[in-house]
Design a protein around this ligand. Structure first.
Ligand SMILES: CC(C)[C@H](C(=O)O)[C@@H](O)C(=O)O
Ligand code: SF4
Length: 468
């Protein structure tokens, strides 16, 4: 019998399955952050419950940690309280946590894989929608809400409705200067922000096979922006090589056994999917989001769409509203629009490869006069240290960027790093909703290369031209 990767992962975690496909799943790994866990811990305590499997939990604060001045008091009361509460909950329950000043601290979706706490075959949950990132390692990984966190804490299980399966196969070659981020933005634009709702997506094909784990994580990270709670990629040598020698990866005989199992985690040839999509990578240009949803995207050289040309009324209205919010006009080119801030970071694009790609473009140049603030926020303390060892930090600093401590930072306005009203930002993050990076702020989602080039020019530019 042939099974696709999702079916293999699903069936190996079922505790009980109902006829309609809803199942009680066993959870192997529970990542916990400061924002969505306090009420869950509180509820467990109130009900006199016990945490079922403490060793499955890994915690760190990432959303509202400051990215500078970490040794001074955090000014925002809520942020301070949430961080302190997480620390206390972990201490009281003996839970493994990376404190804010630990070099291993960072965004959970960067830290888990980096430490080998994300391993193929696991079921993984976290009170955060971008948990789909971990699916790049052939894990059944998805975001959950606060009441579900409580459920997992006390039972190690979770009820989950079985999703349908979608295969997105990416063939051909990505052009030079076009990255995994452009590819996933291109896919979002093709299938829409609800195009994969109710599905688990598997990304496959020759382009994925050639990609690094960092790039694969960028792809799976944004599966949720297409409505899929799960994004998956099968295990191959790249997966195994990435995990070899990581602090929490299995060692010795256990490593050998693990590889034997991991190598079964791929879609059997001839397996069925509920839906299949083929993408020609050769057609992908550098992408820029122009609107207030991650599927409102155009090629770098395209013009902003005209709402009047849309047949669908809802679509027409949402484009009109987005253009108004973004203060853009149909027919306009984004290469002509000046930017105020640059953000290179987030769980989508803050890994070492992302920083290398951005630094390669910036090297020896200065940020444009009109850029008020350009931030580079590494995804973890270890990414930061690696970048410093390679001298990348100096490239950024010399150009006029600020080099910060790891965290979610300007990806969302939950800490001091924000857009002010009306400011326009080139951002390597994953969401461009109204007010996402600060009230009335305007976000354009791009790749690290595109953000780097925009910092130098002061506006967007086609990075492919920098490589000829
Ligand atoms: C705050 C958190 C719950 C949220 C999420 O679930 O994704 C955040 O990380 C985001 O990116 O919007
Ligand atoms: S970096 Fe952004 S998308 Fe990722 S977990 Fe943090 S806030 Fe969410």
């Amino acid at each position: 019998m042939t099974n696709n990767l999702f079916q293999k992962l699903w069936s190996s975690h079922i505790v009980r399955e109902e006829a309609d496909g809803t199942a009680l799943l066993y959870i192997d790994r529970h990542f916990v952050n400061e924002v969505t866990s306090p009420q869950a811990f509180e509820a467990v305590k109130k009900k006199g419950g016990k945490i079922w499997r403490i060793a499955s939990i890994v915690a760190t604060s990432d959303h509202n940690v400051p990215t500078k001045g970490r040794n001074t008091l955090i000014r925002d009361d809520l942020a301070r309280l949430q961080i302190q509460t997480l620390e206390k909950n972990c201490e009281d329950n003996g839970i493994f946590a990376y404190p804010m000043n630990d070099i291993r601290q960072g965004i959970l979706h960067v830290v888990g894989p980096e430490q080998g706490q994300t391993l193929p075959g696991m079921s993984i949950v976290c009170g955060d929608s971008h948990t789909s990132t971990h699916g790049a390692f052939a894990t059944l990984a998805f975001g959950i809400g606060t009441s579900e966190i409580e459920h997992v804490l006390t039972t190690q299980c979770l009820v989950f409705a079985k999703p349908k399966t979608m295969l997105i196969s990416i063939e051909g070659n990505l052009q030079r200067g076009v990255s995994a981020k452009d590819l996933i933005l291109f896919i979002l634009r093709k299938i829409g922000s609800a195009g994969a709702a109710g599905y688990a997506i598997e990304f496959a094909g020759e382009v994925i096979a050639r990609m690094s784990m960092e790039a694969r994580m960028t792809i799976c990270n944004m599966a949720i922006e297409a409505g899929a709670r799960i994004g998956l990629i099968g295990v191959d040598d790249t997966t195994v090589d990435y995990l070899r020698g990581r602090p929490f990866s299995p060692k010795g005989k256990e490593w050998d056994n693990a590889i034997t199992y991991w190598k079964t985690l791929f879609t059997d040839p001839g397996s069925c999917f509920d839906k299949k999509i083929i993408i020609n990578a050769n057609l992908v240009a550098p992408q820029i989001s122009w609107g207030t949803s991650p599927d409102m995207v155009i090629d770098v050289n395209e013009s902003i769409p005209d709402p009047l040309l849309q047949d669908d009324r809802v679509r027409r209205e949402s484009i009109t509203r987005a253009l108004d919010y973004m203060q853009l006009k149909s027919g306009q080119k984004l290469t002509e629009v000046y930017l105020d801030k640059i953000f290179i970071g987030s769980c989508t694009n803050s890994r070492i490869e992302d920083l290398r790609a951005a630094a390669a473009i910036i090297k020896g140049q200065k940020i444009a006069q009109n850029i008020k603030l350009a931030l580079v926020v590494p995804g973890s303390g270890l990414v930061k240290a690696q970048a410093e060892a390679e001298g990348l930090h100096q490239v950024f600093i010399d150009a006029g960027f600020e080099w910060r401590e790891p965290g979610c930072s300007m990806c969302l306005g939950m800490n001091d790093d924000r857009l002010s009203a009306g400011e326009r930002c080139a951002s390597t993050s994953n969401r461009n909703f109204e007010g996402r990076q600060g009230p009335r702020g305007r976000s354009h989602l791009v790749s690290p290369q595109m953000a780097a080039a925009a910092a130098i020019k002061g506006h967007f530019t086609d990075v492919r031209l920098l490589f000829v």
